[in-house]
Every structure is written in structure tokens, then in C-alpha cells.
Design a binder for this molecule. Structure first.
Ligand SMILES: [Zn+2]
Length: 282
């Protein structure tokens, strides 16, 4: 395959393909993955690993895809806890009492774009098809966070909101945190008009000039990865602890679902992050 994973690793197991950050895999008490389109049961535009409910695919297909994905990626299906995303910045602390929410059970809350926990055996799940996943790990306090940052969530600084929530709830020090910016629409493909460009240009503390490329035809390209990286650094996460995965969903629409590449006729990708109850054998 011609796919270049840049700063992530592509794995294949039981026909399922998924991506990981080597920087997170280094911790034996952490499990994480980001899905691809490969290895599921869904058909047509959902083919085949659709992990998005409510897009027109059958719920039983989506659940079967979660089961297959979890088995292949070494995750516990019963421990999944989903977000309820709507481009806001609310961060929810979850635990085992939320097991199954949004996957095996109905959602029990609206407007949850980020999840945090310090309980081992709770797998955080968030949903994508161009928006930016931000993975956070505090290996000192043993806590994790996972947020959905579309362009609205990015400029509303949901990544910083997650760092603050981990500090408040778990006593995390930003200087201890590890971050991973996952597969999403890259600076190569995120084209916007001037109203969105103006919102990014107003991020004056982030040196926004080089986050935006003027195409000279009324269109602009914005770098969501670098914007989130700078927001994390402003929040106190060391630059050396942040991995930008560098995987563009739109450039890799054969492997990954991209909203823009498909005009919205698509399945959904998911990010997974958990602390394990037992240290991994590897
Ligand atoms: Zn691209």
C-alpha cells in the first residue's frame, strides 16, 4: 500500500486496519487506536468499518464493526464509553458507571465533545471524518483525555479545556502530559472562505499568520493540526511531548472516511483511548 503513515503506525489484524501513535504505545498501561475503513461488515458508502451511528447504516452493523474493531485492536468492547459531539467544548469525566453509553446503550447526555477518565478499564470513544482527534495522556497521575476538535472546537480551544479539566479533576500537571493529534483534514486540504479564515486570524496569541495560507482567489487553507499544537503548548504541554500524526483524511480517502472527499456520503471513524486494568504483556 502506498499509504505513508508519517508519525503514526498502520497495523493490520484479522482484516482490520488501524493506526497508533508510537509515543503512546510506549506506555504498557495504555491502549489506543484510530480506526480506518478496513475490516468491517458495512456496505456501499459505509464500507466497511463504519463506526458512526445515525448515518443511515444499520445499528447492528455498526455494533458488529465495534466488536470486530475491538477484538483486532486489543480493546474491550464492553468498556466503551462514547462522546455526544456537537462542536462545543464541554468535557465529561466518565467512569465504569458509563460503560456502554452511546454504543451498547443510548446516549445519556448531549453536547459532550471531550471525555476524560482516570479509571482503568474505561475506553473513551470519539467520532470523526475530517475533524481533529486530540489524545491526551498523563503518565504520572495515570489519567487520559480524548477530544473532538473540528474547526469550531479548535478555535474555541477544546484542547486547552481538556488540559484544564485533567488538571482540575486529576491534579495533572500540563508539563507531564503527552499529546497526539490524530488523522483529520490536513493543511493540504482544509480550504475555507474568508469568514472562517477571519476566525483563525483573530487567534492573536497563536501567531496566526502562518496558520493560514492565502490562495489568492478568495479561498484560504488553514492548518488545524498546527493550531491545536500551539493551543496545547499555550496550555503548558511541552512541544517535545506533542505528536502531530500528519495523516490527512481527505488525501487518504481510500483508507479513511473523509466528509469533504465524499460530500457527506460516508461512514464514521473513531478514536479509542483507555488505561488498562493490567499492564500489557508487550
Ligand atoms: Zn490532504
Amino acid at each position: 500500500m502506498a499509504f505513508d503513515a508519517k508519525n503514526m503506525e498502520l497495523h493490520r489484524s484479522e482484516g482490520v486496519e488501524y493506526l497508533t501513535f508510537p509515543s503512546f504505545s510506549a506506555y504498557p498501561f495504555v491502549r489506543h487506536a484510530f480506526s480506518t475503513r478496513a475490516g468491517g461488515v458495512s456496505k456501499n458508502e459505509y464500507s466497511s468499518m463504519n463506526l458512526g451511528f445515525g448515518r443511515g447504516d444499520g445499528d447492528e452493523n455498526v455494533r458488529e464493526n465495534y466488536r470486530r474493531f475491538c477484538r483486532a485492536a486489543g480493546l474491550d468492547y464492553d468498556s466503551l464509553v462514547s462522546s455526544a459531539q456537537d462542536h462545543h467544548t464541554f468535557i465529561r469525566r466518565v467512569g465504569k458507571e458509563q460503560h456502554g453509553v452511546g454504543i451498547r446503550k443510548p446516549k445519556d447526555m448531549q453536547s459532550v465533545d471531550g471525555l476524560i477518565t482516570n479509571e482503568p478499564g474505561v475506553t473513551l470513544v470519539t467520532h470523526y471524518a475530517d475533524c481533529v482527534p486530540v489524545y491526551l495522556l498523563d503518565p504520572v497521575k495515570r489519567a487520559i483525555g480524548l477530544v473532538h476538535a473540528g474547526w469550531r472546537g479548535t478555535v474555541a480551544r477544546i484542547a486547552e479545556a481538556a488540559v484544564s479539566a485533567m488538571t482540575r479533576e486529576f491534579g495533572s500537571r500540563p508539563a507531564d502530559l503527552l499529546a497526539g493529534i490524530g488523522p483529520s483534514i490536513g493543511p493540504c486540504c482544509f480550504e475555507v472562505d474568508s469568514p472562517v479564515r477571519d476566525v483563525f486570524a483573530a487567534l492573536s496569541d497563536l501567531n496566526p499568520g502562518d496558520l493560514i495560507r492565502d490562495d489568492g482567489n478568495g479561498k484560504y487553507h488553514v492548518d488545524l493540526w498546527e493550531t491545536n499544537r500551539r493551543i496545547l503548548m499555550r496550555a503548558g504541554v511541552p512541544a517535545s511531548s506533542i505528536t502531530v500524526g500528519g495523516v490527512c483524511t481527505r488525501c487518504n480517502a481510500d483508507l479513511l472516511f473523509s466528509h469533504r472527499a465524499t460530500g457527506g456520503k460516508r461512514g464514521g471513524l473513531a478514536a479509542f483511548l483507555a488505561l488498562t486494568e493490567e499492564e500489557a504483556e508487550k
